[in-house]
Design a protein around this ligand. Sequence first.
Ligand code: FAD
Length: 500
Amino acid sequence: KPAILWFRRDLRLHDNPSLIAAADRGGPLIPCFLFDPDRPEWAELGGAAAWWLHHSLSALSESLRMQGLELLLRSGPTADLLRDICQASGAARIFCNQVPEPQSIAADRSLQRSLAEDGIDLVIAGPPLLFDPPKPLNRSGEPYQVFTPYWRACLGEQEPPAPRPQPPMPPAAAGPAEAGSAEAGSGDGDPLASEDLADWRLTPTAPDWAGGLCAAWTPGEAGAGARLDGFLDAAAASYHRARDLPDRVGTSRLSPHLHWGEISPQTVWHAVRRTVAAGGMPEKAAEKYLAELGWREFSHYLLHHFPSLPRQNLNGRFDAFPWSAPDGDAATRNALQAWCRGRTGYPIVDAGMRELWTTGWMHNRVRMVVASFLVKDLRIHWRTGAGWFLDTLVDADLANNSASWQWVAGCGADAAPFFRIFNPVLQGRKFDPEGGYVREWVPEIAALPDRFLHAPWEAPAEVLRSAGIDLGETYPRPVVDHAEARRHALSAFETIKDAA
Ligand code: FAD
């Protein structure tokens, strides 16, 4: 009897627990990907993420084809599709990996129960994390809300297991192999007929808004491996020093690959350890890098323990914060639009927002700066910013995004205190001192001398003129005055400071 391998956010063949379990069992295999907008993992799929998914599925389907397997692509209600495929192929067992989000886990549980009534076994492998939530817990048996003791407790556990290689591939089941060569797109008829990825309406190629996604990324398992190798060869050795500088490739840029499960965190962990052992990365750099993977773990751990993290302030005191309403007054609406488009008049903020729009990614330091600007200078709710990120990031991730926005806003776990408000000019001067980042993304002010680059309004008229800048025309004046905005933010914070 064939078995079904149901891919979701695990788009790889190496170190893939559900593939290994399915292969161990023996017998033919039907790999499939099902798009169901009613499933929690797809309900909020953003534009950039949909672009990534499309290309990643294309890469996966090619890798499977080279192993003699055809990836079955179908859209519709998951339970019906799985039942149909089982019925048509005679399969009674489905293997998948968990999507580490509470709603998805709950949906899996009810799916498992409902399929069991038809004699179908849904086997779910553990989450794509180094350490399984709900553990570790603190001494009182509560979840940690501070990163350092959490991570120390994780590191005190066993080292994450070494990644496992791709197993010998099971043969294809007769049905889908034949159906793969049959006419595509016949989703309503034969349940073993695949829909055609090229015009699959649910994974559009369109959101390469600025044409930069294709140039910046190679979605898929091979792209993930190349990205890891490139990082370990070049940037890893100085990660601890360069990770905060957005004008260079100082970080791994593995976030979308990790989000889509094109590479396992265990693979990354052990590759880093091997690089250290071979003398290619100082311990200090590795410790810092693995701690960043730790923040990914911590975010998922928080989402596990606090499933309302994407919607509710972890610190309830912030529920009463007087946010400006973007759908209310025109000034706030305009400011939000300026933020989204990278036209706030603060070069480091604008550079980040344009990098995001063009490449679907933004450097972590700049994510913190633009998020702080939205939440504190513009006093717009962090959920509005988180929503924009979820639509435009290729690494849009419910756990990482929600936890990070709450962290910046001051209402999250181990959060930056609200009153520590980033000054976008000083952040620019400190982390982009030579202006390479701003000049790349905000070319209309590139000719300004370094000392005015992060605050063009401070430049004398003749400097602006000789740099070809007509402030307010070729580049916006600041949408708010930072010093004034800071005062407003602090007095808004005063109103909730003493709340329980
Ligand atoms: P590296 O520095 O190379 O780090 C390696 C890996 O560790 C990353 O790929 C990522 O998986 C993980 N990681 C690094 N920093 C963090 C962090 N602070 N929190 C959680 N995991 C981390 N990351 C996402 O993956 N998806 C998001 O939607 C997301 N939204 C964010 C929103 C805001 C407001 C902020 C401040 C940060 C957000 N991050 C998010 C975290 C972080 O910015 C990115 O993970 C990181 O920039 C990815 O680049 P990299 O792969 O080069 O990171």
